[in-house]
Design a protein. Structure first.
Length: 453
């Protein structure tokens, strides 16, 4: 009887583990998967390295010693394991490469290593000369995106998505001041923008929006916006007002430099971050939704307005960083067919995020001048995974990310909660949205969970 009971308990336990692995892969990984994976990697390491061609022949000294002692020839040597540690999404394996090995060999073999170690994905990067790190993921972290409850925020560095290697993808405006966000309809572009606004809302920053779709995307978030334009005419005036603010900020910086022999090096500055706290103007994040609406025209009057808009935008992305003005441009396409000045504007947008696009030409608008591999990865984003994107920068590096599903209500509640942080910008008072006071709406627990279906 006891044997039958043990069998039933064992079957139920196995069934429970299978269900947990299917429904809650993160729980399974932290309880069982990490241990199994560490044992599997440790036992298979030497044979996998040899099968993937990541070993080196024995040295002449070892061969000579084997001949002198009449012993069999020594085997090829795999890289040495420096450290292996589990994370909440996978494993981190740090290796010491043998003489003659190259980091590119490991990067080119990541797919074979993924299959050999039975992992979801592997990314390789060089830590320093002779040391490479393999970051492995034990399950598909982009299938059901769950952001960590705590992420390190510093200045204007905010978490916006999850990377395919299990790390959090941050948007750091001080490192990458201007960015381009491309994506077709229903690709998750608007959700990315909502997540961005939601994370920026608690910070000491002024949000300025241009939404020429009559404000349907940004108007619900207007309580946290210092200025908002919902048509091209207002957008032209708003952009020119920002250019004037930028010029005034440079005058403040110039008057405070006072470069002389007795001024400490740390007090010499060429941007707002070196100014004293009482003189530093609040940084501004400009969000432009659907940039094509600003570039299209049908008559001479609209053409003149377009020239004003593009000229102001180019000046902001070229000169705005030091004045604390950061630009986030969204659109479905961003090519030369939008007219003069567009390619010049795109060249100044260091950060690139491309969601699913409908053709390869649109992907090239984002990454054609940065990385051909990123172009190919963008065209392979499946339609059933909205919010998935490829993020890169001018260095050529890129990574797959996915934004957690953020409802409009979640973003609205965040903006309403931090509406008292909305600064009044001098010269932009005419564009400040005026709205009645409203109370927050409680979100059910199921709706507030940051999960992308």
């Amino acid at each position: 009887m006891s044997g039958t009971l043990l069998l039933i308990v064992g079957v139920l336990l196995v069934a429970a583990v299978v269900v947990v692995r299917w429904q809650r892969p993160a729980w399974y990984w932290m309880s069982f998967g990490a241990v199994f994976a560490m044992v599997r990697v440790s036992f298979r390491f030497a044979s996998v390295m040899d099968a993937c061609g990541l070993t080196v022949p024995p040295s002449r000294l070892r061969l000579t010693w084997a001949r002198m002692t009449n012993r069999p020839a020594p085997d090829s040597r795999p890289p040495r394991i420096l450290r292996i540690r589990p994370t909440r999404t996978g494993l981190v394996l740090r290796l010491k490469m043998r003489p003659g090995q190259d980091a590119f060999d490991f990067m080119a073999s990541t797919d074979r290593l993924r299959h050999s170690f039975a992992m979801q994905g592997i990314n390789a990067r060089e830590i320093k000369s002779g040391v490479i790190e393999l970051r492995m993921t034990g399950y598909d972290v982009l299938k059901r995106v769950r952001m960590p409850t705590e992420s390190v925020r510093n200045g204007l560095r905010v978490p916006v998505a999850m990377r395919e290697d299990g790390e959090v993808h941050f948007r750091d405006y001080q490192e990458v001041p201007h960015s381009l966000n491309l994506g077709s309809t229903k690709s998750g572009k608007s959700v990315y923008q909502r997540q961005l606004v939601k994370e920026l809302a608690p910070l000491h920053v002024a949000l300025v929006g241009i939404d020429c779709k009559e404000g349907v995307e940004l108007a619900p978030l207007a309580r946290r916006f210092s200025a908002l334009a919902d048509n091209p005419d207002d957008a032209a005036e708003l952009l020119e007002a920002l250019v004037s603010r930028m010029a005034d900020t440079y005058q403040v910086i110039r008057s405070e430099q006072r470069i002389s022999a007795d001024v400490p090096d740390g007090e010499i500055t060429a941007d707002i971050w070196g100014l004293p706290d009482h003189l530093r103007p609040v940084p501004v994040v400009l969000l432009v939704d659907e940039v094509a609406e600003l570039a299209l025209f049908s008559n001479s009057a609209e053409k003149k307005r377009r020239e004003r808009i593009i000229t102001a935008l180019v000046r902001l992305v070229q000169l705005g960083r030091a004045a604390g003005i950061y630009v986030e441009i969204c659109g479905q396409r961003f090519g030369s067919e939008l007219g003069d000045g567009i390619t010049m504007l795109r060249a100044q947008l260091t950060g690139r995020v491309s969601h699913r696009v409908n053709d390869e030409a649109s992907a090239k608008m984002a990454f054609g001048d940065i990385s051909p591999d990123a172009v190919m990865a963008t065209t392979q984003i499946p339609i059933e995974r909205p919010g998935m994107a490829v993020a890169g920068d001018s260095s050529g590096g890129w990574v797959r990310i996915r934004t957690p599903f953020t409802t409009l209500r979640q973003a609205v509640n965040a903006c309403n909660t931090h509406a008292h942080r909305t600064p009044a910008l001098e010269g932009l008072a005419a564009f400040r949205p005026v709205l009645p006071n409203v109370s927050l709406v409680k979100i059910p627990a199921s709706a507030s969970t940051p999960v992308t279906a």
